[in-house]
Design a protein around this ligand. Structure first.
Ligand code: HEC
Length: 136
């Protein structure tokens, strides 16, 4: 082939490639089915069809207090504002500290616990939640 023919062939190839590029640009707006799938948004989650939601029961995992005289008195009086877990999550405390704690609940924080029941609770705590008496 002559040199001229090569030049013409090269120019024609370049024009062909440029046309391919242009075509690719003009393809904007047309998406093959596969690309459409890739563009799709997620389905909105439907959690309920009737707008009624159930939250179930609030879990109340109360600690098992040590069995003994005064347990029921403590549970009845000391569960009004917080869980009796506040007792079991303390480290073993001396009896005087428990007495002061029950005193604080009554006089500072307003727990309406009669004198005799308060004494019963302190006795119970001293019998089960001091360094000497606490089992677990
Ligand atoms: C009137 C509501 C109320 C009652 C009833 C109540 N408490 Fe409390 N208790 C609180 C509050 C409020 C706190 C948190 C106080 C704080 O952060 O200083 C607390 C905290 C505690 C704590 C954690 C230590 C502390 O001092 O913060 C323990 C232990 C405790 N209470 C034991 C008891 C016991 C035992 C009883 C029953 C004799 C009882 N509570 C009854 C309101 C109450």
């Amino acid at each position: 082939m002559s040199r001229n023919k090569w030049q013409v062939l090269t120019i024609l190839s370049l024009i062909f490639l440029a046309a391919l590029g242009l075509r690719a640009d003009f393809r904007a707006g047309f998406y093959a089915p596969v690309e459409q799938g890739a563009m799709r948004q997620m389905q909105p989650e439907v959690s309920s069809t009737d707008a009624n939601y159930g939250a179930g029961q609030f879990p109340q995992l109360e600690p098992e207090l040590a069995a003994g005289d005064g347990k029921e008195t403590l549970e009845r009086n000391c569960s009004l504002c917080h869980s009796p877990r506040y007792v079991t999550m303390q480290p073993p405390l001396p009896a005087e500290t428990w007495a002061a704690e029950v005193d604080k609940m009554r006089k500072v924080l307003g727990a309406a616990i009669p004198e005799d029941e308060a004494k019963k609770i302190v006795d119970y705590l001293s019998a089960h939640y001091t360094p000497e008496t606490r089992k677990r």
